[in-house]
Design a protein around this ligand. Structure first.
Ligand code: ATP
Ligand code: MG
Length: 423
């Protein structure tokens, strides 16, 4: 029979890499805690409508990237392509933001988009996501941007660039949309096919097109800053002032509109100089209309999502530290079969003392067991002599020294030794 491989665009995160992922998540989790964000766990699939209404019908995600299917009950279900809509749904459903209450929430996990797989772009990828709900003030935008920057600072990422823009609100964006439409209509003949399709439906998205010809046209497009209403203009000025107050460098990019319809006012991205084409490690912004789009009351929000897969690529590229790889401290070894039960009990006792310990379970030779032990700091060797004396020979595998220790004293002995080793 033929071998079954993982579906295109998915991959296995194997032990050599998975501990590094854990480090990134642990570091992000600590920063989230320090900023007062609480973790939530969300379903991986939701009703399709959440995304078609929340993310928006004219977005790439909803138009062509969603994994959507009917379940056995005939309901249309979608594997989540992003987290924000689900977080907002959960906040509405669980009344987290009633009567002016705010909620600062974070989560991480797999997202699914049917895209063309390439370096840094997968069909199942992972995001770390933070959302601050219930606060319309620019200070919340600054807090969220600062949190994303802080996560990257703690991870040791270098060569990052923060790019921000304002995409207006339901009052001023329609006016800007009309100006854009007029402008792009005049340049219709030079737009790519995708952008021609976008023209009527969502001309803002043309600003975002990566094709060179469209990019050149977009450069000359009307400036969104000239169309912002007073409220959006003021909000943007406050966000910028806040970032400057905290000493964050950023760039303005009037063409940054982001792929999701629900953004209002602030949109931002964090780009890495070490990622090539897939250069965004995080994206986010404000989405004051998302809640009403999915049937909730007025709940403003601002948040970001960073791509774990891409963070991982950048960290490897830049030689960042992932902390200490997990290791087994003690490997217990039998000289012959008679001491196998004693080795099993010793390993059990060590583990009850919170000492990382392992032993052979497949009846391998002494030599083979010592080979496994070589990845550890200590080997506890039990042969007939040790067994007779209720003891084990503890070999320090770094300097080769060996001492005989009574079995009952071994956990304390190891604890002391490893304390000295770490000092
Ligand atoms: P891109 O422009 O690269 O397609 P996006 O704007 O679609 O990104 P967002 O929806 O803002 O991405 O998601 C936030 C982050 O999630 C991105 O900055 C990126 O790091 C990561 N990301 C998005 N799509 C993928 C994917 N298919 N594979 C890996 N990471 C992804
Ligand atoms: Mg995308």
């Amino acid at each position: 029979m033929s071998i079954i491989n993982a579906p295109r665009g998915t991959r296995d995160i194997l032990p050599g890499e998975s501990w590094k992922w854990s480090y990134i998540i642990r570091t992000a989790s600590e920063a989230m805690n320090d900023f007062g964000f609480s973790e939530i766990h969300l379903p991986i699939f939701e009703h399709t409508e959440l995304f078609s209404r929340g993310v928006g019908e004219t977005t790439d995600i909803v138009e062509k990237e969603m994994y959507t299917f009917n379940d056995q009950g005939g309901r249309s279900i979608t594997l989540r392509p992003e987290a924000t809509a689900g977080v907002m749904r959960a906040a509405i459903e669980n009344n987290l933001c009633v009567q002016g209450a705010s909620a600062k929430l974070w989560n991480w996990g797999p997202m699914f988009r049917h895209e063309r797989p390439q370096k840094g772009r997968y069909r199942q990828f992972y995001q770390i996501d933070a959302e601050c709900l219930g606060i319309p003030n620019a200070a919340a935008d600054v807090e969220v941007i600062a949190l994303s920057i802080e996560i990257f600072r703690r991870l040791g990422l270098k060569n990052l660039e923060v790019v921000i823009n304002s995409v207006g609100c339901e009052k001023c964006r329609p006016i800007y949309r009309e100006k854009l439409l007029k402008y792009f209509e005049a340049h219709k003949n030079n737009l790519c096919e995708t952008c021609l399709n976008r023209l009527e439906r969502n001309p803002l998205r043309i600003l975002d097109c990566k094709k060179e010809a469209c990019g050149l046209i977009a450069e000359g497009a009307p400036d969104i800053y000239d169309s912002l209403c007073d409220e959006c203009r003021e909000h943007f000025a406050e966000v910028r002032a806040g970032l400057e107050r905290l000493g964050f460098a950023y760039k303005l990019n009037k063409r940054l509109v982001r792929g999701l319809d629900y953004y209002t006012k602030t949109a931002y991205e964090i780009l890495s100089g070490d990622l090539g084409a897939q250069n965004a490690v995080a994206g986010g912004g404000r989405y004051d209309n998302l809640s009403s789009a999915i049937g909730g009351g007025k709940i403003p929000g601002v948040g970001f999502a960073c791509g774990l897969d891409r963070i991982m690529l950048v960290m490897e590229e830049q030689g960042c530290s992932f902390g200490k790889a997990p290791e087994v401290l003690v490997y217990s070894v039998t000289l012959d079969d008679s001491s196998r039960p004693a080795v099993q009990i010793l390993t059990h006792e060590l583990r009850k003392n919170n000492i990382a310990a392992a032993c052979d379970t497949s009846g391998r030779s002494f030599k083979a067991q010592m080979k496994s032990a070589s990845a550890c700091k200590f080997a506890c060797i039990i042969g007939p002599d040790e067994l007779a004396g209720n003891s084990a020979s503890i070999k320090n595998l770094q300097d080769g020294s060996q001492v005989l220790v009574a079995l009952k004293d071994i956990p304390d002995y190891i604890k002391n030794l490893s304390r000295i080793c770490h000092a």
